[in-house]
Every structure is written in C-alpha cells, then in structure tokens.
Write a protein that binds this ligand. Sequence first.
Ligand SMILES: [Ca+2]
Ligand SMILES: [Ca+2]
Ligand SMILES: [Ca+2]
Length: 209
Amino acid sequence: MHTTSRPRGFTLIELIVTIAIVAILVTVLVVAINPAEQLSRSRDSKRISDLDALKTALNLYLAQATTTINLSGNTPSANSGCIFQASSTLYLNTTGAVATSTVFGASTTIVRSTTTQAVGSTGWMPARIDQTPGGATVSVLPLDPTNGLGSGTTYFYYYLCDITGGVRNFELGATLESTYFTSDLDLDGTDGGNESGRYEVGTDPALNL
Ligand SMILES: [Ca+2]
Ligand SMILES: [Ca+2]
Ligand SMILES: [Ca+2]
C-alpha cells in the first residue's frame, strides 16, 4: 500500500506559541533600542554640532576681523555690553519668556529672545560674524531641534558675550537631554563650564560669563 504525505498547516497551539515568541522578541528589541533615548541622542548630537559650528564661526571672526569687533550687534547700548560694557549679556533663540532666574541666576540680563536666524546684527546671536573677511562660515543661525521657531523655555540655545580688560569673550550653550550625552559621556559635566546639564563652549576660560 502506498501512502502519500501532504503538507499540513500549523496547529492553533503552534500559532499561539509563535506569536508569543515574536511578541517577546519585539519587546526585547524595543527595550534594547529605546527609541525615545535614540531620538534624544540625535537631538543632542545636533545641539553639539550646531554650537561647535557657531563657536568656529565666532573664533574665525575674532581672529580675522578687520573692523571693530562687534559681538553684540549694531547698536551698542547699556544692555548690549560686548563692545563697551563689562557686564555680560544674554541672547536666547526662543521667543519664550525664559525666567532669568532659570538661566544663570537672576542677575543676568536677557537682551534678546528671538528665533531670527539671520547671520548678523538681527539674528538671535548678533555678533557681526557676517563681517568676517571672506564671509561667515555659517550661512544661517541654527535653532534648537526641540524648540525650532517656537517659544519653548526648556530647550533653547543661548549666547553670552562680555569684555573685560579689553578682552572680548563669548559663550554658547544648550540644554542636553539624552542619557548617553549627560550620563554615559557626561559631556555637560566635562565641558569646562560652570553648569552641569548644559553643554557649554566658548572663549571664556571658565565659561561662566
Ligand atoms: Ca552630566
Ligand atoms: Ca556644562
Ligand atoms: Ca556657563
């Protein structure tokens, strides 16, 4: 007698077990990859590269400027201290009303809070890097990836400048959010600045303008 075998389908039990295994694998994968942390990390990467690019542009301007160095825009006044005043001034790339007490202490004067990205006196970072011989190395001022053109008061970029004893200094910073950059690498704590939680770069020796 000749028997023929024909392919059989999955039993219900086999299907349930397979689905359960796939579900467990997906869960393990999601936990391992941690999408939220990945997004935070990618936003932090942008913050770090944005500030480093601005720092490079400012350093080039300081080194090569042939006109009077102007770190605070066109119209020096009592509050735009990076030409004539010793006190530091603070510029933010958000239209939000950030409380001065949450940014470097209440004594700091916020002189500009805008998302204008123009390179030059009207941008949120008003140093005249547009007057760098050969042009600025950035064509547009970057914005914090979370805040963008918004009014957020948690995530934003800031810029500070001052002049002390004829020496002009600047500082740039951003608040970081990812575990990778704030804990694993501790970039905010090892940047030489005076604030943990923020990534700080600039020419001021202690980054505490
Ligand atoms: Ca840290
Ligand atoms: Ca820091
Ligand atoms: Ca600082």
